[in-house]
Design a protein around this ligand. Structure first.
Ligand SMILES: [Zn+2]
Length: 267
């Protein structure tokens, strides 16, 4: 069966001596693993349409129960220019990995694909700090995957705008600094030991008022405006990105080699 679909190349890896498999995230068919025959050769006729960060129209051949095969296609938009900057490329590679991870074959992936395209566009303009883009993507992707945090106010006392607060990662809730302090006081050493024996972990990330505002914005803003906010300095940006990363990775229960690489080249 032949199918024609638009899609974004999110991953590419060699298979055997000559071929390549690419992950293609499509709006209607989700993530497809596509075999590119001769894909390791620079002169192969599909080279231009199978580069990572390429959004194109693809013609695929598929036999039930088997892998998709690339027949042809054309480039609609290439974000390949962002590979000129190592840190930008590392971030784009990691976020494409997250997109691949959150998209299954046969699932509708319109929403996350739209987010990823918007993200690649924003990275390539160079006009937004990378930690801000990273954090906003991670929080939004987590919410899309079903891990929507409750950010209205402190889960204990209801305070809406605390000066200092914590994100309780696994509960997906906010707790203000005052409530967290009295919670710590009330807990006895026995409580803590029991909790540890049960293997329960409470992961809490500190947030200033502006980090909390940014977390709220990233999760709740209209999709086209998701990156239209600013944090006051680099330290706030990095804290925002740390909170977002902890939130996404703990819910996905995994790390990413591409994220480790991004941190190794982060400036
Ligand atoms: Zn409170």
């Amino acid at each position: 069966m032949l199918i024609t679909t638009d899609g974004l190349i999110t991953r590419s890896y060699p298979v055997g001596d000559h071929d390549r498999v690419v992950h293609l995230v499509t709006p209607e068919h989700g993530r497809l693993s596509v075999m590119v025959k001769g894909g390791q050769s620079k002169t192969n006729r599909h080279a231009a349409i199978t580069q990572p960060f390429t959004y194109g129209n693809y013609e695929l051949y598929h036999k039930s129960g088997e892998m998709y095969w690339l027949r042809g296609g054309s480039v609609l938009h290439s974000f390949y220019l962002l590979t000129g900057d190592l840190t930008s490329m590392a971030l784009a590679t990691y976020l494409c990995d997250v997109t691949s991870e959150l998209t299954g074959e046969g699932e509708n992936a319109e929403e996350i694909l739209r987010l990823m395209l918007n993200t690649l566009h924003t990275i390539s303009t160079g006009q937004k700090p990378l930690p801000l883009i990273k954090g906003a993507f991670e929080l939004r992707a987590a919410a899309m995957a079903g891990y929507m945090p409750d950010l209205e106010g402190c889960a204990v006392c209801g305070t809406t705008y605390p000066d200092h607060a914590y994100l309780d990662v696994m509960n997906g809730s906010v707790i203000c600094a005052d409530c967290q302090t009295s919670f710590n006081r009330q807990r006895s050493a026995v409580d803590i030991m029991e909790a540890n024996e049960l293997g329960e972990r409470r992961i809490i990330c500190p947030m200033t008022a502006s980090t909390l505002a940014a977390v709220r914005y990233a999760v709740l803003s209209p999709h086209k405006k998701i990156f239209s906010f600013a944090l006051k300095d680099k330290e706030e940006e990095l804290n925002f990105a740390r909170v977002a990363e902890a939130y996404l990775l703990h819910h996905l229960e995994r790390g990413f080699d591409t994220l480790d690489f991004y941190h190794s080249v982060e400036v």
